[in-house]
Design a protein around this ligand. Sequence first.
Ligand code: DQA
Length: 148
Amino acid sequence: MSQSATVYVINGPNLNRLGKRQPEIYGHTTYAELAERCVEWGLDLGLAVEVRQSNHEGDIVDWLNTAADESIPVVLNAAAFTHYSYAVYDACAQLTAPLIEVHISDPFTRPEEWRHFSVVSPHASHVIAGRGLDGYAEALALVARSIG
Ligand code: DQA
């Protein structure tokens, strides 16, 4: 039996607050439910999904470095780090397996201008924004297709 490919789903700051945080923008589903759904979507696609979240930039960089070393595909919602972290930019630049950028809302059309720039997009094969949590399912399907 062939082993499922590992995929990281990496989530940045405040995404641990899903369900409580501005539900009018991010919805009512909790982070724990999102993590569970990502694992299930992965199983359906033959992927072993590891879901991670941190409020600390260094953790995100460390996980991206491991993904680079081990050629692991990444679905990344860097949250606010998306808009200003050059450390995340540099870490994404080292990835060799597919990188898909995901946002629950569409930051590129939100009123705050600082949300319109992404350090992740230049390195991502796809950017999925404004699709709610289903955006993660779409991203995982794209990963499955690109490595399948
Ligand atoms: C977000 C959008 C970002 O602008 C914001 O800072 C987040 C979440 C999203 O998923 O819609 O924290 O990445």
